[in-house]
Design a protein around this ligand. Structure first.
Ligand SMILES: Cc1cc2nc3c(=O)[nH]c(=O)nc-3n(C[C@H](O)[C@H](O)[C@H](O)COP(=O)(O)OP(=O)(O)OC[C@H]3O[C@@H](n4cnc5c(N)ncnc54)[C@H](O)[C@@H]3O)c2cc1C
Length: 433
């Protein structure tokens, strides 16, 4: 069990308005920085090993609850179930069918292949999980397992991720796992470079339901790749991706929206009235949904492709670090893969440390050969996804006519190629990988 050495009170440069909880400085095997979904999951997985684990994160949510809902594949579901962090069924909705439409109305329908249906009782292609519920469940499970935490009470909503990072640096850990997301302050101090390519788009998230009555979603998810004119009469068209993801469980009648658009359109969508929003939604769904109204606030995120060069390294001869999740890579949400890739990082690190425990426990936790093996494995695994997501995004964002022909013909042909479609679905579901 971790050994808590001493208690600290805020001092020196840390005298700010925040109320600090008792900040504990410890000797531990592993310190996880960041209590997001990847950080919490990594902590719960690694605490299954014969190692002491501590988490550095916030005691209370910094902002309003995250309104997003994530598409979670079967491998991620399995990981979350294993650590008892899968939220209740009302927050996890099975997707039975996915309908994807190109800018010229070509449709690709995704259903779970029969060969996969036989392997499990569920017919779900993927699960739409409400982020607020997932974060709460992970926090509850961390509490239940009494995983020691170094925490900062953000009740006065002061945002400064670097300050808790400074506190975390005082934890004496042989291995530090950095899961601080794409804006990680700790990463900025390491010998690694991050390439960032903004997509030039922002994502808007909100929840919508039918104005008149309760039209159930029956597990249908929808996505449109549109070229739209934002100015009436203008020949200029801009690219947007709209996803309607079913939420509220099997009997649910609501959708979580992820709407990726230009910055200008994003701010219009964020501030327009409810009626105007419904109208814009009707137009972007090509009239398929004409009475959906938003019933939660609208939150937005800038979208950037980022990849980090080194995912592991040493602080000194006895202490090393690795990166997991968005801290190592972030992608466009068009394929709903970002968190799935992050959870697969957490799982891979767990497997490497488990193998060490079983077969080479003489090897120190800070040994870079061990950590580089994790890094190599994950870079190889995520590369095809990052490339694929980037190509699709660029194909649709382009104004060249030839790209228009390629994407629309591509949609048509892809829908008829059963074997390719099945292979793609299995990859996205992470089946047999
Ligand atoms: C609109 C949108 C929709 C998406 N939809 C999907 C989807 O459908 N499916 C999917 O798989 N992915 C999706 N993603 C991607 C997903 O959001 C990310 O991949 C995921 O949140 C990454 O989790 P993380 O824990 O690595 O990082 P984060 O969620 O960014 O969490 C990092 C945490 O660390 C904390 N932190 C930062 N600095 C410090 C510090 N110094 N000390 C301590 N704590 C610190 C932060 O406050 C935060 O709590 C979507 C993304 C967007 C923008």
């Amino acid at each position: 069990m971790p050994l808590v050495d001493s208690l600290l009170t805020p001092a020196g440069d840390l005298q700010h308005k925040e109320t600090y909880n008792l900040v504990m400085i410890s000797n531990v095997d592993i310190c996880i920085r960041g209590r997001g979904v990847v950080g919490g999951t990594t902590a719960l997985l690694l605490s299954r090993l014969n190692l002491s684990v501590q988490v550095a994160g916030y005691a209370s949510p910094k902002q309003a609850e995250d309104i997003r809902a994530y598409a979670i594949n079967s491998k991620s579901k399995h990981i979350l179930e294993l650590i008892n962090a899968w939220p209740g069924e009302e927050y996890c909705t099975e997707v039975q069918q996915m309908h994807v439409r190109s800018d010229e109305g070509e449709i690709v329908e995704f259903l779970k292949p029969n060969s996969v249906s036989n392997q499990s009782q569920s017919n779900a292609l993927t699960w739409i999980v409400e982020v607020g519920a997932l974060e709460r469940k992970i926090a509850e499970t961390l509490e239940k397992h009494k995983i020691p935490k170094l925490m900062l009470d953000m009740s006065d909503s002061v945002e400064d991720d670097s300050r808790i990072g400074k506190q975390a640096e005082r934890v004496n850990a042989r291995l530090t796992v950095i899961c601080e997301g794409s804006k990680s302050p700790s990463k900025a101090n390491l010998h690694t470079k991050t390439s960032k390519h903004p997509y030039g788009q922002f994502a808007l998230a909100t929840h919508v339901k039918s104005k008149n009555g309760h039209a159930k979603h029956f597990g249908n998810a929808y996505q449109w790749f549109n070229k739209i004119s934002t100015d009436k009469g203008s020949a200029l068209k801009e690219f947007e991706i709209l996803a309607l993801l079913p939420i509220g469980g099997k009997e649910g009648d609501s959708y979580a929206i992820v709407w990726s658009t230009s910055k200008e359109r994003n701010s219009q969508l964020k501030t327009m009235s409810s009626d105007e929003f419904s109208e814009a939604l009707c137009s972007s769904t090509k009239g398929l949904f004409d009475d959906l109204v938003p019933f939660t606030d609208r939150q937005t995120w800038p979208l950037t492709l980022s990849t980090t060069q080194a995912w592991s390294g040493s602080f000194n001869a006895q202490q090393s670090w690795v990166l997991c999740g968005d801290c190592a890579h972030s992608v466009h949400p068009l394929s709903g893969m970002g968190l799935n890739l992050g959870l697969a990082d957490a799982w891979s690190l767990y497997e490497h440390l488990l193998t060490r425990e079983q077969k080479s426990s003489w090897r120190d936790l800070s040994d870079l050969r061990l950590l580089k093996a994790y890094e190599r494995e994950r870079k190889l695994a995520i590369y095809p996804y990052v490339q694929f997501i980037d190509i699709v995004q660029r194909l649709f964002a382009s104004d060249y006519a030839i790209y228009g022909i390629v994407r629309n013909k591509g949609f048509k042909v892809f829908n008829t190629l059963g074997a390719l479609k099945e292979w793609t679905i299995k990859r996205a579901m992470q089946i047999n990988l």
